[in-house]
Ligand binder design. Structure first.
Ligand code: NAD
Length: 509
């Protein structure tokens, strides 16, 4: 069933939200960069792209702010992030709605993204009292060895359109408690949510009162402005989220000047449904993982391997779900699948489907759904039964295409599962303890996220998030990801009256 769209002005709604959050209309009423909503395709604002010189100046200001912020005790820095969490709670409805308007997410996902921001703030506040180093046994008498974690500097944050605000918050909350200043280059496809998030942080900064000017900056522009951030010598770490193509450019540029990188790049996530799987649960997990967010999550399920003994039980049910899922305006209906971000995304999807067909794929769905807006791109999610694991199956297409394949041998399916460039997220559905344990073992899934009886998407902030291989290797969010935002010093302190050298070396003068 398709849900038709009523003509409503998402622009008016976006303007009202930005007004409530304190973003001046002049910030988004003129310029060459067009803000738009994929829901109707209409323009929601116009922003002025910064020049390289303007961007450089803001980065320099953030560097100045860092000189002061690094000396503020960490628990006091945590107070700023606690206030940010409070402001986000107060703005949750508005910001969640704006995420839906700008990224096309269904309301619960728009709100969920803001909840993720709140969660990481809570996590970071606790962390502000736990930036622990070790005390290490030394071989020399009268000595003590320890490690200390210090703030790093200006942290560059580059984010993608599909998680327009949560990724910033993951980085911002940790970077700030770790004593760093932050400079954010949001996606050129999600500009208004960036202005809104910065306005919310500014409210927190105002209440905090004592933070240095310029602690948090936003660079408005396209890729060229991102490059200014990547190349700036006073930015020791850039956390960049986006396509593998972007990472291939950003990674070497950072390496060339010995800056650190957290790269969070594309995923081509796989799931395996084993003979013993709970099929009802698998069906729901696969449906959300593959069709949720219209297939535009880095963790979207894109490849599904189903054991031949249950294939004919599961796949027809899955096809039914694909045929019956509601596609439509996420703000005006209860549709579960909203729009693709733009025309390019739609064209890339169609191209992949043509290639899949050429490789013997049988396609259900994939057609454009007419909602009465020429500039909005809604599609019926596509389920493609593939005879082999090859062709477009091996690449991420950022759209709702699920490739489904039969398997018979467990070792062979693990090998196929791992035989793609990306290594972000993965799942196995099984009640067989040996299969489950093997999947999460060293010779199982090669991804940064390996789940059992739960889908590939929808991570919580408590775990470290990221993936291997062409996904870039970065980790952010929970666990000990904070360490990437600090520098470690090893300190040896001699409180004796002699100077013994390590390894028995003698050097008597
Ligand atoms: P994109 O690569 O087109 O753009 C991402 C950001 O990088 C944008 O802000 C863009 O302006 C900037 N950028 C692009 N080239 C750059 C360069 N050379 N130097 C500096 N900045 C540059 O990605 P997108 O279309 O916005 O997002 C979709 C992609 O992001 C998908 O591949 C998806 O899997 C990936 N993604 C990954 C994660 C993750 O955590 N692994 C999360 C979300 C999205």
């Amino acid at each position: 069933m398709n849900v038709s769209v009523k003509t409503v002005s998402v622009t008016e709604e976006a303007t009202a939200i930005l007004g409530r959050l304190g973003v001046a209309k002049s910030r988004y009423s003129e310029g060459d960069l067009v803000a738009f909503s994929p829901i109707t395709g209409e323009q929601t604002g116009k922003l002025k792209a910064m020049s390289s010189a303007e961007a450089t100046k803001l980065i320099d200001q953030a560097h100045e702010a860092f000189q002061t912020w690094r000396l503020v005790p960490a628990p006091k820095r945590g107070e700023l992030v606690r206030l940010l969490g409070e402001e986000l709670r107060a703005a949750k409805t508005d910001l969640g709605r704006l995420v839906s308007i700008e990224a096309g997410k269904i309301p619960s996902e728009g709100l969920g993204e803001v909840q993720e921001m709140i969660d990481i703030c809570d996590f970071a506040v606790g962390l502000s009292r736990q930036l622990y180093g070790l005390t290490i046994a030394t071989e020399r008498p009268g000595h003590r060895m320890m490690e200390t974690w210090h703030p790093l500097g200006v942290i560059g944050i580059i984010s993608a359109f599909n998680f327009p605000v949560a990724v910033w918050a993951w980085n911002a909350a940790l970077a700030l408690v770790c004593g760093n200043s932050i400079v954010w280059k949001p996606s050129e496809k999600s500009l208004l949510t960036a202005l809104a998030s910065q306005a919310i942080l500014e409210r927190a900064l105002k209440r905090y009162g004592e933070a240095p000017e310029g602690l948090s900056q936003v660079l408005i522009g396209n890729r060229a402005i991102g490059e200014v951030l990547v190349d700036h010598p006073k930015v020791p770490l850039v956390s960049a989220t986006g396509s593998t193509r972007m990472g291939r450019d950003v990674g070497p540029r950072l390496a060339k000047r010995f800056a650190r990188a957290i790269l969070e790049l594309g995923g081509n996530n796989g799931g395996i449904v084993c003979p013993s799987a709970d099929l009802d649960m698998s069906l729901r997990a696969v449906a959300f993982g593959a069709m949720g967010t219209a297939g535009q999550r880095c963790t979207t399920l894109r490849r599904l391997f189903v054991h031949e003994s249950i294939y004919d039980q599961l796949v027809p049910r899955l096809k039914n779900a694909y045929e019956s899922v509601t596609v439509g305006d996420p703000l005006q209906s209860t549709a579960l699948v909203g729009p693709l971000i733009d025309k390019i995304a739609f064209e890339n999807m169609q191209k992949a489907l043509v290639e899949a067909k050429a490789h013997g794929g049988t396609i259900s769905g994939g057609q454009r759904v007419d909602v009465g807006h020429d500039l909005a791109f809604y599609v019926r999610p596509a389920l493609v039964e593939m005879p082999k694991h090859e062709g477009p199956v091996l690449e991420e297409t950022f759209a709702p295409i699920l490739y489904v394949m039969r398997y018979s041998d467990f070792d062979a399916v693990i090998a196929d599962h791992n035989a793609v460039g990306a290594g972000l997220s993965s799942s196995i559905f099984t009640l067989d303890m040996r299969e489950a344990e093997r999947f999460v073992a060293a010779d199982g899934s090669d991804c940064g996220i390996a789940n059992v009886n739960i889908g590939t998407s929808g991570a919580e902030i408590g775990g470290a998030f990221g993936g291997e291989k062409e996904t870039g290797g970065g980790r952010e969010s929970g666990s000990d990801a904070w360490r990437a935002y600090m520098r470690r010093t090893t300190n040896t302190i001699n409180y004796s009256k002699s100077l013994p050298l390590a390894q028995g070396v003698s050097f008597d003068i």
